[in-house]
Write a protein that binds this ligand. Structure first.
Ligand SMILES: Cc1ncc(COP(=O)(O)O)c(C=O)c1O
Length: 410
């Protein structure tokens, strides 16, 4: 289905079986897409089809089923490469998710190329999975780890970059999972490359929501989580420039990733297999490929525009709710998500009351404690939309917020 003039979210909803379920007798309004997205029938069917027709281990068998399975798994890799506009499929390593992709780089690149006294640059807004792995590298390699501060408006304080002399590695979220900020990644990459540093972009919140062209960005590493872009859980991807992946040593060792094993020693397979130790999640790769197909049919620009429409609509309505504070930049420079608090009401209470009305949102620190500390917060509530959410969903969410105020501000 091609979306010629924007996205018809009400029509799309029919493709997603879970969205047609009743929750506590109410229509489900799913607004926790930052955590994970829902699966269309085509993705569910692709997974079932894989299991029913092609289930065999990849790269190992010379029999028909194994060849079919390998063919499909490698086709999925090709699809991810095209989706990100990577030069070649070998630059795509399948991982479980973004967390594993970042750990892979932190370990395999960090171990070999980060030296004592080197400087790694992160930001204060990172998800823990783009934070903790670099703290480990800092400890292991006695490196410096510095954080680009967040300004009050939820954007990065790029003036901080002028205070840095020597920079060796930069790891930054493309889109913040709390503030929704779309970071000026082109500018950051250009600056980092001028300093001779390599750059990893955490694309968990961007990959399924906007066009990402790794060649145009000239980024060194980019990560995706399949389950945040309509695919099943258990599959994600790391893009890495060929020369970097080739220069890195393996992250995990075992089957698949070897070339020759001998009692005296072992040599590594070629990329990307060098980084895919053990049996990969080939079943989910079928779902990942179907998810990419679904997104491409809609068009990434149309998806981005739909996110914009939803966030403008939601933030305008939220402004009218008593005692509500939103965090992050204006709707124009953010993705389709918003974190907020309501005066004297715990975010968990907000989420629990919304749930009674069938509205699913997230409450907590969203794996971004440093960011919350920066704003003097312990927790926030967060609503996040995707292609299947409509303005009616936002209206139901707003009704839920009014109910929260009614209960707590009698
Ligand atoms: C910005 C960001 N990075 C990384 C992650 C981790 O993703 P995953 O749990 O799929 O590894 C998330 C998850 O919410 C995220 O929002």
């Amino acid at each position: 289905m091609k979306a010629a003039a924007g996205i018809n979210s009400k029509q799309l909803k029919k493709d997603f079986p879970i969205l047609n379920e009743k929750i506590r007798g109410k229509d489900l309004v799913y607004l926790d897409n930052t955590a994970t997205s829902q699966l269309p029938k085509s993705v569910i069917n692709a997974v079932v089809e894989y299991q029913q027709k092609y289930n065999a281990n990849v790269h190992r068998g010379v029999y028909y089923l194994s060849e079919e399975s390998t063919f499909r798994y490698e086709n999925a890799r090709e699809a991810v490469a095209k989706f990100l506009n990577a030069k070649e499929a070998e630059e795509i390593v399948f991982t479980r998710n973004t967390t594993e992709a970042i750990n892979l780089v932190a370990y395999a690149y960090g171990e070999k190329f980060i030296q004592e006294g080197d400087t790694i640059v992160c930001t204060e807004m990172e998800h823990h999975s783009n934070f903790v792995p670099w703290q480990i590298v800092q400890l292991r390699k006695k490196a410096n780890l510095v954080f680009i501060p967040i300004l009050d408006d939820g954007t990065l304080d790029l003036d901080f970059l002028n205070t840095l002399d020597k920079v060796d590695f930069v790891a930054v979220a493309h889109v913040s999972n709390v503030l929704g900020t779309i970071n000026p990644v082109r500018e950051i990459i250009e600056w980092a490359h001028q300093k001779g540093a390599k750059v990893l972009l955490d694309g968990a919140q961007a990959g399924g929501h906007m066009t990402v062209d790794v060649q145009e960005l000239d980024v060194d590493f980019y990560t995706l989580s399949g389950h945040k872009m309509l695919a099943p859980t258990g599959i994600g991807a790391l893009y890495g420039k060929r020369e970097l992946l080739e220069a890195m040593d393996p992250y995990q060792t075992g089957g698949e990733m070897i070339s020759e094993v001998d009692m005296k020693g072992t040599t590594w397979n070629e990329i990307p297999f060098k980084f895919e130790a053990g049996t990969p999640n080939f079943t989910a790769s079928g779902g990942f490929m179907a998810a990419i197909e679904y997104l491409k049919n809609l068009g990434m620009e149309a998806i981005f525009e739909h996110d914009q429409e939803m966030i403008h609509y939601a933030m305008d309505k939220m402004k009218e709710i008593d005692g509500l504070t939103m965090y992050g930049p204006p709707a124009d420079s953010r993705a389709g998500l918003v974190a907020f608090t309501m005066e004297n009401i715990h975010p968990h209470d907000i989420a629990a009351i919304l749930d009674r009305g069938g509205v699913a949102i997230r409450a907590g620190h969203h794996c971004a404690q440093p960011l919350h500390k920066r704003f003097d917060l312990i927790a926030t509530a967060r609503a996040s939309s995707y292609i299947y959410n409509s303005t009616e969903d936002i209206d139901q969410f707003i009704e839920g917020l009014k109910a929260v105020n009614k209960i707590f501000r009698k």
